[in-house]
Structure formats: structure tokens, C-alpha cells
Design a protein around this ligand. Structure first.
Ligand SMILES: Nc1nc2c(ncn2[C@@H]2O[C@H](COP(=O)(O)OP(=O)(O)OP(=O)(O)O)[C@@H](O)[C@H]2O)c(=O)[nH]1
Length: 303
């Protein structure tokens, strides 16, 4: 630890105190104490970040609840578990959480703290930094890497992740789940006749039709090229078939700006069978799709 006198302020070599130094840090440095009865407070709290909404030094020096009560309810159990683990095993805390600013807004905070034994309980030395901007940027990048450029739909990667999640849910609760594979018919001909740009336009409009027609909880995505998939959670085959039929009809009747009737789709459906691997479900839906193509296209086949 450098000598206090070694720190200087803005005025040439004017020395500044440790307190002044910590107050200038772009974050919060703190001591956090939990006594043997579980009461928590911040004996020390400093740094320019104490200006963060939800951080009221005087209140927190008495009771940490003033901050803990404002944690996002999704994060609260995780943060409390991290404190508990750290206290029990004397391991550092490294976590992040949201502090509610209003019903609409929150800020993200990263926290690092090192525990020490104290006669009165456990004492942590730590840092908190506002990471709201970084989290927003991460979310933006995640959205980009999950989204198909042309249509704005979920891409293959995102679709597979969501399908895994829905399969896990189905296996856990025994709830029904259907998968729809959609392939636009003779798409090569559309490209060849009307040009690639017009083909792109058809793909984008097709995506809009799917999103308008399906429910919020259904996941529509582009597998690649002119192949799409829809995950239908909580939907058995008997319910997904009329949905697929409605979608097929809507596409066939839509005016894509090229002669009506030029764009049709073949749809293959399969319902998830408890315990089967993801690829088996996809394979069964794919075989339905193949059958739809084979039987003349512009139709729905389920199995
Ligand atoms: N415009 C456009 N075309 C694409 C895109 N991705 C794939 N394609 C085209 O989609 C066509 C798919 O052709 P095929 O796989 O032969 O199938 P199809 O002509 O749709 O015939 P069926 O599926 O048997 O009805 C190819 O010509 C690809 O070039 C894209 O992003 N934009």
C-alpha cells in the first residue's frame, strides 16, 4: 500500500488524504459487515459512485437492507446466496446485479469483495462499479449474433438454443411441443425469374407474415436459405396442424409483388416425443417436409 503522502492532487505535488483519494475513484469502495445474527451494514462507503441512485451512505451505514431491498427481484436470491457462500467458505464474492431506479429503469452494478473474519461476524472489503453501459452493449451484441440479418428472425444458432430449452421444459413438465419446418417452393425459380433482390424481398415478407400469424410465445427462425422453422411450445400436433394450414394459406394468398400464386410453402410438422433427442425431432419434421414436397408442394404434412 503506498504511503498516503505519496498521493498527490491536481495542484502540482500537493498531497491528498486517503479519504480524498477514494472519493475521487470512479466507483464505490466499501466495507460490508454481517454480524452473527445476520444484520448487515456498510461501515465504510466512499467513491464518486456513491452518487449512484439507491446508494444512500447514511442509511447504508446503519442497514444494508436499504440497498438490498432495491435489488432486482431476479438477482436478489443470487446475490444473497453469493454473500452466504462467501461468509461460509471465506471465498471472494464476484457478482453483478441490477438496482431498481424506477419501475421502468435499473442500473447494473458489478461487485467484487474479499471476506475477513471479524470478532463480530464477517467483514468484506470490496468495490462496486456501474456497468450499465457495458451490459447494454453486451445485450446488443447478443441480439446481433442471434438474429438473421435479412429477415430479423432468430438465426439457426438461436433456434437450436431455444429448441433445447423447450425440449428440457417439455421433458420436465410433460408439456406438448411441436416443431414446424417450412421451405418455400421452387425458390430457385423465383430468383431466376425475378432476380435475387426480389427473392430477398420475398424472404423478408414471408418472415413478417409468420410473425403476424403466430403467437408471441412461438419462436420463428431462419435455418438458412429459404428454410425456416417454428417452435410451438405447449402445442400438441392436433393444435399445430390448423396453425400450419393457416400459415400455408396466408402465404399462398399473399401478394408478394410478383404474380399471386407464385409463392407457396411446404410445411412439415412433428410433435416432440418425451425423451427423444433434439435431432430426432428435427429429423421427423424434416421427413414430413420432404413428404410435403414429394406430394406436390404447397401443403402441410405431419407425423
Ligand atoms: N434471394 C435469395 N435466395 C436465396 C437465399 N438463400 C438461398 N437462396 C436460394 O434459394 C434457392 C433454393 O433452391 P433449391 O434448394 O433448389 O430449392 P427450391 O428451388 O426452393 O425447390 P424446392 O425446395 O424443391 O421446392 C437457391 O436458388 C438459393 O440460391 C437468400 O438469402 N436470398
Amino acid at each position: 500500500m503506498p504511503d498516503e503522502n505519496a498521493m498527490t492532487g491536481g495542484e502540482l505535488n500537493e498531497p491528498i488524504s486517503m479519504r480524498d483519494f477514494t472519493e475521487r475513484l470512479p466507483g464505490v469502495v466499501f466495507q460490508f459487515h454481517r454480524d452473527h445474527h445476520g444484520h448487515m451494514h456498510f461501515p465504510y462507503l466512499a467513491g464518486s459512485g456513491t452518487g449512484l441512485p439507491g446508494i444512500d451512505r447514511d442509511a447504508l451505514s446503519q442497514d444494508a437492507r436499504h440497498m438490498l431491498d432495491r435489488l432486482d427481484e431476479e438477482d436478489y436470491p443470487r446475490v444473497m446466496a453469493a454473500i452466504e457462500r462467501s461468509a461460509r467458505w471465506r471465498i471472494p464474492i464476484a457478482t453483478k446485479f441490477r438496482i431498481r431506479l424506477s419501475s421502468q429503469r435499473c442500473c447494473w452494478v458489478a461487485l467484487r469483495a474479499q471476506p475477513e473474519d471479524a470478532t463480530t461476524g464477517v467483514l468484506w472489503y470490496g468495490l462496486m462499479i456501474d456497468i450499465t453501459e457495458q451490459m447494454a452493449e453486451e445485450a446488443r451484441l447478443r441480439r446481433l449474433s442471434d438474429t438473421d440479418d435479412l429477415t430479423g428472425l432468430a438465426n439457426r444458432r438461436r433456434l437450436m438454443t431455444r429448441l433445447d430449452e423447450e425440449i428440457a421444459r417439455s421433458n420436465r413438465h410433460g408439456s406438448p411441443l411441436s416443431l414446424m419446418l417450412i421451405d418455400l417452393d421452387h425458390f430457385k425459380r423465383i430468383n431466376d425469374t425475378w432476380g435475387h433482390l426480389q427473392g430477398d424481398q420475398v424472404l423478408a415478407e414471408f418472415a413478417t407474415i409468420c410473425q403476424q400469424l403466430l403467437r408471441e410465445e412461438d419462436v420463428v427462425g431462419r435455418l438458412g436459405g429459404e428454410e425456416f422453422a417454428v417452435i410451438l411450445p405447449l402445442t400438441p400436433l392436433v393444435a399445430s396442424r390448423p396453425l400450419a394450414e393457416r400459415l400455408r394459406r396466408a402465404i399462398a394468398e399473399h401478394n408478394f409483388g410478383i404474380d399471386a400464386g407464385q409463392v407457396t410453402a411446404s410445411i412439415g410438422l412433428a410433435e416432440y416425443r418425451l425423451g427423444e433427442p433434439r435431432d430426432t425431432l428435427i429429423d421427423r419434421a424434416d421427413r414430413s417436409l420432404y413428404a410435403a414436397k414429394h406430394q406436390g408442394r404447397n401443403r402441410v404434412v405431419s407425423r
